[in-house]
Design a protein around this ligand. Structure first.
Ligand SMILES: *[C@@H]1O[C@H](CO)[C@@H](O)[C@H](O)[C@H]1NC(C)=O
Ligand SMILES: *[C@@H]1O[C@H](CO)[C@@H](O)[C@H](O)[C@H]1NC(C)=O
Ligand SMILES: *[C@@H]1O[C@H](CO)[C@@H](O)[C@H](O)[C@H]1NC(C)=O
Ligand SMILES: [Cu+2]
Ligand SMILES: [Zn+2]
Length: 179
């Protein structure tokens, strides 16, 4: 009696995390048009809705840079442009990672030090590596500018966070989780 009720209560959270049955791992190699490049890993333990994001990106200008999952993994047709807009399967407005209303792909900003290197080590429970709204096969984009998290008041604040040009991008590929 109780189990179906609990399942129902858990259903409406469309943006809440989606646990993978098995541990799943993915990586993205980021490269130009700009000077930045690097590698980022996404890891989701079996049974957990939390995706860990780790890695390093170098060649950035010091400061904050918008960091998003974009809708497509197509870096072939027109470079970073053909990755489309932010991954947004629920047609929401742009927001901060901590906002209830956000694009699934809204991972906020990464920050580079004076050496131009950004070390990534954070987690997100809205993106997922499995199920119908997996980020596998989609794109990651690093921007020249800072993501204003929807609050900047610019015409594109509510769609792109006014983060400016795309300096690097790559495709999220599944990798062997035991390595
Ligand atoms: C990656 O970026 C670093 C730092 O800007 C640079 O020295 C290196 O040549 C770049 N590597 C590639 C493959 O572009
Ligand atoms: C997405 O939302 C906007 C308004 O926020 C609406 O105009 C548009 O029709 C919606 N698109 C879809 C596919 O539902
Ligand atoms: C964005 O890129 C375009 C094309 O390379 C360039 O003309 C423009 O100045 C860039 N914008 C900024 C703000 O850097
Ligand atoms: Cu972006
Ligand atoms: Zn967004």
């Amino acid at each position: 009696m109780l189990a179906p009720l609990l399942a129902l209560l858990a259903l409406p959270a469309t943006l809440a995390g989606y646990a993978c049955y098995d541990t799943t791992k993915a990586m993205v190699r980021l490269a130009g048009p700009g000077t930045a490049n690097g590698t980022v890993y996404f890891t989701q333990q079996g049974g957990s809705d939390e995706v860990k994001i780790t890695g390093q990106i170098s060649g950035l200008s010091p400061g904050k840079h918008g960091f998003h999952v974009h809708a497509y993994g197509d870096i072939f047709t027109q470079g970073c442009t053909s990755t489309g807009g932010h991954y947004n399967p629920f047609n929401r407005t742009h927001g901060a990672p901590s906002d209830r209303v956000r694009h699934v792909g809204d991972l906020g900003n990464i920050e580079a030090g004076a050496d131009g290197v950004s070390h990534l080590d954070f987690s997100d429970s809205t993106i997922t590596l499995c199920g119908r709204r997996t980020i596998l096969g989609r794109g990651v984009v690093v921007h020249d500018g800072e993501d204003d998290l929807g609050l900047g008041g610019f015409p594109d604040s509510k769609t792109t966070g006014h983060a400016g040009n795309r300096t690097a991008c790559g495709i999220i590929a599944a990798v062997d989780p035991t390595k």
